[in-house]
Write a protein that binds this ligand. Structure first.
Ligand code: HAM
Length: 413
């Protein structure tokens, strides 16, 4: 048997109602905040992610699904995330001169060649939002408020917001130098990955999970103590805005994010009780991204949520049971004539907007009634020879067993 590729998943009809419920809330909330949906291609020129996400990141170095295009000498990658594509799309579609801010959201699948485990797959689904054209912390607060209102509507109380500021191009170099100094003195204790990160991307040492690296990270200088006056003011304003909006948070200097485009505000929503992959939402400001892709200087702030991780957190919180649609009526038919009549009635009812099902397997009456129970039909209608002759049949309420006689050709339900 051919099996699905490791790290991918089948989402079956028994699960899709929960997915659609979650996605519905995401769309509703995003639109309430003035975001419009954008759809970009599943694959892009590899160069977009190398420049956008950053060539020192794990995502670009180790995790992208990259291949040569068939008909041209061109390298293509499946998108590992959505932000770079949205930034490319606004440049390419001439949106950078529109009135600001631009606000977009998306629900997409992304691809990363990571080691699969609970909450981490190679194809995964994200709800993401991006806002361009504001450097004000009001836009950071709005993005965070949208993420938190989605989580609230999903019933997730076991999720905590962690915020940090990683500074801008003014304050980052001095902070970077102090980090390099701090970690260089304990270089021998670092894991191999962090040894290379020390030269290329020292900020990432702060979120390494290796216990020895963690110990060093805890003693490391904090970004928030090295902010320039402008970043400090923005971070304080953001905290004031979150307080005013009654959104709880903790300032957490270990939040540095794994993608190179971040500047200033970064944040994660972390869930309790779902294991190691507990970040259900991650985001931040990316003020240099659009310019780095050939567009104008246009700041940005956004986030993305992993839908599988949200489902895990909803299960943990016991809020994953949602109402699903069940048939209003199931028509059991005995014999060919009754089957045709059953199809005719079911189709008439559906055209009137009713969820109606009719036997298509030709099972025994007993088996059909068992099936009607299994699919939780509200009513059943049994048609046999005598019902065909009289044009009437008993409509049975499956909850209380009550029956009423109805005209086959004209009854409404
Ligand atoms: P990210 O932190 O790489 O950020 O991913 C965002 C979220 O996607 C994570 O918090 C997690 O819930 C989910 N996720 C990531 N990788 C996986 C995986 N392998 N399996 C399952 N879920 C996963 C970004 O992607 C940024 N583009 C977010 C952003 C938008 N920043 C600004 N705008």
């Amino acid at each position: 048997m051919i099996q699905r590729i490791k790290g991918t998943m089948d989402i079956l009809p028994s699960e899709t109602p929960l997915w659609r419920y979650i996605e519905g809330i995401m769309r509703e909330e995003a639109e309430k905040y003035g975001y419009g949906e954008i759809r970009t291609p599943t694959f892009e020129n590899t160069e977009l992610f190398v420049r956008g996400v950053g060539d020192t990141t794990d995502v670009v170095q180790k995790e992208m699904y990259t291949f040569a295009d068939r008909d041209e000498d061109r390298s293509i990658s499946l998108r590992p995330e959505g932000t770079a594509s949205v930034a490319r799309a606004i440049i390419e579609n001439g949106k950078c001169s529109d009135p600001m801010p631009l606000k977009y959201y998306y629900i997409i699948s992304c691809f990363r060649h990571e080691k699969p485990q609970a909450g981490r797959s190679r194809e995964f689904y994200q709800f993401g939002t991006e806002m361009f054209g504001s450097t004000s912390p009001a836009s950071d607060a709005t993005a965070i408020a949208l993420a938190s209102s989605v989580l609230r509507r999903l019933g997730l109380k076991n999720v905590k917001l962690h915020i940090n500021s990683i500074g801008c191009k003014e304050c980052r170099p001095a902070y970077r130098a102090s980090l390099v100094e701090h970690f260089s003195s304990r270089r021998d204790k670092l894991c191999d990955t962090c040894k290379t990160r020390l030269e290329k991307n020292p900020l990432r040492l702060l979120d390494c999970k290796n216990p020895d690296c963690r110990e060093g990270a805890e003693l490391a200088p904090k970004t928030t103590e090295h902010l320039c006056p402008s970043c400090e003011r923005s971070f304080n304003l953001l905290k004031n805005a979150l307080d005013a909006m009654k959104i709880d948070y903790v300032v957490d200097s270990s939040i540095v994010r794994g993608l190179d485009y971040y500047t200033g505000t970064v944040f994660e929503f972390i869930a309790d009780g779902i294991g190691a992959q507990s970040t259900v939402c991650g985001g931040g400001r990316y003020d240099g991204l659009v310019a780095s892709l050939g567009g104008p200087e246009l700041s940005g702030i956004g986030f993305a949520m992993g839908i599988t991780r949200l489902i895990m957190a909803m299960r943990e919180a016991g809020v994953d049971k949602i109402e699903t649609k069940t048939p209003k009526v199931y028509i059991a038919a005995m014999g060919e004539g009754a089957m045709i009549k059953g199809l005719e009635i079911a189709e008439r009812l559906r055209r009137e907007g009713v969820f109606a099902e009719c036997d298509v397997v030709g099972r025994s009456l007993k088996a059909q009634m068992k099936y009607a129970n299994k699919i939780s039909a509200e009513y059943t209608l049994i048609i046999g020879e005598s019902e065909l002759e009289s044009g009437k049949a008993q409509l049975r309420n499956m909850q209380n067993g009550e029956q009423s006689e109805v005209e086959l050709d004209s009854f409404v339900i």
